[in-house]
Design a protein around this ligand. Structure first.
Ligand code: ZN
Length: 349
């Protein structure tokens, strides 16, 4: 077993499997997407947040179609309906439950921090049932309670579009994350209900006013599962120093996203970048805000990653680059999984 199992803040593997009718199987090694069980073992990937995300129907937009003088500005996709999201959410959640039942004990949906710790120690892939964008949750929170009982332990209030709870940031470069209104009253009530249940709130994709609303309401550490440092790559999806400072003060963390346009200073989509671009964001947050407040949040199977990483099998090389930068073993332990474990211990209670 690897010394530094990587527990990861975000993947869209369930959506990829669903879109491809589960072919090839998650349990066979293939070159499809970024994660399958055999490749995960090779890469020392100990598990992560498995996102249940409902895409807009027939909505395909690329930054290339929305270029500006110095970047791009992709308009926000329209809202999706609660019914559409709930149906899709059930389908993707079922995909996760089937993975667990077909895994012969090699993948487990974790519901407590003890579960997570056990999986990391015993080389079992740990999966957190996470929903990205709360459209499937009705404003009476009935679905929230049912999904919690089914294993939901993490919720992103928004993806990059509006819903009844708040509004996400557009894919815009360069841009501050302060792009719209904060949480609605429903959104504020959702934060309180998640706190009560012990569901982690993910601030990734949320605009800055929404972020500060969560910060003023929540009683647990602030988390952004897959967002980078805005100072290094000024795209609306990344976190300003002020936000990172609030995250650190709350004893939370940011998971570094491997999306090339969120790593690169120029916000471009070119994939010919070195793993040191990921190290640059990790080191910035570690050195300025504390190594306890940075982790990894790949966005595997949901984004375009550097060619130098390729897929989950590239992770050992990333750890080598982090070592070469000067991170010691105790720091690598925190970055790769220790910080996530601490935050979830504090959040799930
Ligand atoms: Zn995302």
């Amino acid at each position: 077993m690897t010394k530094f199992p990587i527990f990861d803040g975000h993947n869209d593997t369930l959506l990829r499997l669903h879109m491809s009718d589960n072919s090839p199987s998650f349990f066979e090694e293939s070159s499809a997407g970024h994660i399958d069980l055999p490749r995960a073992k090779k890469g020392g990937f100990g598990g992560g947040f498995f996102a249940v995300y409902t895409p807009n129907e027939n909505y395909e937009v690329e930054p290339e179609d929305h270029l500006t003088d110095n970047g791009y500005d992709v308009p926000l996709p329209p809202k999706i309906s609660h019914e559409q999201a709930l149906t899709f959410t059930n389908g993707l959640a079922a995909t996760l439950f089937k993975l667990e039942s077909e895994a012969n004990g090699q993948l487990k949906i974790v519901r407590t921090a003890d579960d997570l710790e056990y999986c990391l120690e015993n080389d079992i892939m740990a999966a957190i049932f996470h929903i990205e964008g709360a459209e499937a949750i009705d404003t009476n929170f009935d679905a929230l309670h049912v999904l919690y009982q089914a294993g939901l332990r993490s919720l992103g209030i928004v993806w990059s579009r509006p819903n009844v709870y708040g509004e996400g940031v557009p894919f815009r470069y360069p841009s501050s994350p302060d792009t719209g209104d904060g949480l609605s009253d429903n959104g504020k009530a959702l934060v309180r209900e998640c706190n009560k249940l012990g569901i982690m709130i993910d601030n990734t994709h949320l605009n800055e006013k929404g972020f500060w609303d969560v910060a003023s309401l929540t009683d647990v550490p602030l988390v952004a599962t897959h967002s980078n440092a805005h100072t290094l790559s000024p795209i609306a999806r990344n976190l300003t120093d002020k936000q990172l400072s609030a995250i650190a003060e709350s004893n939370g963390l940011a998971g570094i996203n491997y999306a090339v346009n969120m790593l690169r200073e120029d916000g471009r989509l070119g994939t010919d970048i070195s793993l040191d671009e990921i190290v640059r964001h990790v080191a910035y947050i570690a050195e300025k805000f504390g190594v306890e407040h940075v982790a990894l949040g790949s966005d595997f199977d949901g984004t375009t990653v550097p060619d130098s990483l390729k897929d989950v099998t590239g992770l050992p090389q990333l750890i080598e680059r982090l070592k070469a930068h000067g991170f010691h073993d105790d720091e690598l332990q925190k970055i790769t999984h220790g910080n996530w474990l601490r935050v979830l211990q504090d959040t799930w209670k």
